[in-house]
Write a protein that binds this ligand. Structure first.
Ligand SMILES: N[C@@H](CCC(=O)N[C@@H](CS)C(=O)NCC(=O)O)C(=O)O
Length: 210
């Protein structure tokens, strides 16, 4: 398998899942803003839409979309507990989280990441995004991870996205102008996830260690 990824982007979640599951994959780094493969090559030739993550299986099959790639990888290693079994209500709960994260948090960050182009829309987007993070903070009350006691794909995804915000307790990757400092449960969860050996390895490899 080969994973096309960009350090600090949403593909960091897939990178974490690979490590958590103990799966082996070649990592190919992409400059996601310039759409070029680091070391040479036009990324559009591999990915017509020009975005990471992209997984290429050993038989050449190409899998797109982070939440789907993560589920594919988790299902290769069911014992990892990264995703509950297909067909169970718990699996739908996981998919509920993944869909929420992709549409409300991941894409909710875009106006803040491209604030100049977004202009006044930032004033609408920021409180919406903060409200969603506050809701996540409530869901984390009294539990270690988003789905309860076990780390799942949802935690890997949210971890990569949270790193785009601003708070004294995180190592911000893109420094989008949203202040997450007031979120105590998110803070504890973030530090818990960051301390996981697999996450540490990924942060080191992507250049955010230390
Ligand atoms: N729907 C895609 C979106 C992926 C995405 O937004 N990737 C960003 C990095 S976080 C990217 O590569 N952007 C470059 C571009 O869109 O040109 C997914 O969920 O996998």
């Amino acid at each position: 398998m080969k994973l096309y990824h960009a350090p600090g982007s949403c593909s960091q979640a897939v990178h974490i899942v690979l490590r958590e599951a103990g799966l082996d994959a070649g990592l190919i780094e992409v400059d996601a803003r310039k759409h070029v493969i680091v070391g040479g090559g036009d990324f559009y030739e591999v990915a017509p839409l020009g975005y990471v993550p992209l997984l290429v299986l050993d038989d050449g099959v190409v899998l797109r979309e982070g939440p789907v790639i993560m589920q594919y990888l988790a299902d290769l290693k069911p014992a990892s507990g990264l995703a509950p079994a297909n067909g169970t209500m718990a699996r739908y709960r996981l998919q509920e989280w993944l869909n929420f994260l992709t549409s409300e948090i991941h894409k909710g960050f875009l106006p803040l990441l491209y604030a100049v182009a977004a202009g006044k829309y930032v004033d609408t987007a920021r409180p919406k995004l903060l409200a969603r993070f506050m809701w996540i903070d409530q869901q984390l009350e009294g539990q270690r991870y988003l789905m309860g006691e076990s780390f799942t794909l949802a935690d890997a995804y949210l971890f990569a996205l949270t790193g785009w915000g601003k708070a004294a307790w995180m190592k911000s990757v893109y420094n989008a102008d949203i202040d997450l400092n007031g979120l105590g449960n998110v803070r504890q969860w973030y530090e818990r996830v960051r301390a996981r050996p697999a996450v540490q390895e990924v942060l080191e490899r992507e250049g955010f260690g230390g």
